[in-house]
Design a binder for this molecule. Structure first.
Ligand code: FMN
Length: 230
């Protein structure tokens, strides 16, 4: 699987089989997280790996009872350390960079899991205080997300906006016509041309059918005229 295939085919998986996950796969996923970029290479993330079913059920209680958590075979609680980030970069480091660093690590982990045949879901809706107390997370760390993991038991479809509706050129809001041509995505052009051809041949067929109908009609009228004369 190449990188684009992996990115493109990953989906949030919320239903998992009962199959346990190999431990080396879990460690590989976390390792992928640690290779993410981070501001000033701070690597100010920490990961709590959870495989205990009782703990998973307890966490589920504090994630709006989302089934995705209950069904998971493992969880990774991703925490961001804010102290160093604030010391180095002020409020921007504390609020923005720590979140971004963790988000990069999370995406790396989702992709690695997908490449290993596992399904994941990024869960952001949880009661932070309860999660802090379940895992004894200290004051200087903040749980950013919980990643649920398991072997997939569903195959969700793609649901993405067109590039042309999310890309601007040189200025926010500036769109260009036929963006696909600039991006060398000729599939859109082929589809457009095939549609025009289909429509014009449909029009052509309709025109010929009309001519034949008219000819038959006139022919019938002539025959009736001569029949009457004879
Ligand atoms: C910050 C963030 C928070 C999310 N929180 C939840 C969540 O609490 N529960 C859930 O089922 N999915 C959650 N998701 C997953 C999104 O719903 C999902 O990524 C989105 O619908 C796109 O689908 P895809 O991941 O299949 O491409 C979250 C995703 C992000 C990035």
């Amino acid at each position: 699987m190449n990188i684009f295939e992996c990115i493109r085919n990953r989906r949030s998986i919320r239903k998992y089989t009962e199959q346990p996950i190999e431990f080396d796969k879990l460690t590989k996923i976390i390792e992928a997280g640690t290779f993410a970029p981070s501001a000033g290479n701070m690597q100010n993330w920490r990961f709590v790996l959870v495989t205990d079913k009782n703990v998973i059920k307890n966490v589920h209680e504090h994630c709006l009872h989302q089934e995705v958590v209950y069904n998971a075979q493992a969880l990774i609680v991703v925490c961001g350390l804010t102290e160093k980030a604030e010391r180095l970069y002020g409020l921007r480091g504390k609020r923005l960079y720590t979140i971004q660093n963790c988000a990069c690590a999370i995406q790396n982990m989702l992709l690695e899991a997908h490449a290993l045949g596992l399904g994941t879901c990024w869960v952001g809706a949880f009661n932070e205080d309860k999660i802090n107390s379940i895992f004894n997370i200290p004051e200087n760390a903040r749980p950013q997300a919980i990643i649920t993991i398991g072997y997939p038991n569903e195959k969700p479809k793609h649901d993405r906006k067109d590039l042309s509706s999310v890309v601007y050129f040189n200025n926010y809001g500036l769109k260009i016509k036929d963006l696909h041509l600039l991006l060398r995505d000729y599939s859109v052009e082929w589809k457009k041309q095939a549609k025009t051809l289909e429509e014009s041949s449909e029009k052509g067929f309709k025109k010929i059918a009309g001519l034949i109908k008219r000819w038959l009609h006139n022919n019938l009228k002539t025959r009736k005229f001569f029949d009457r004369k004879l």
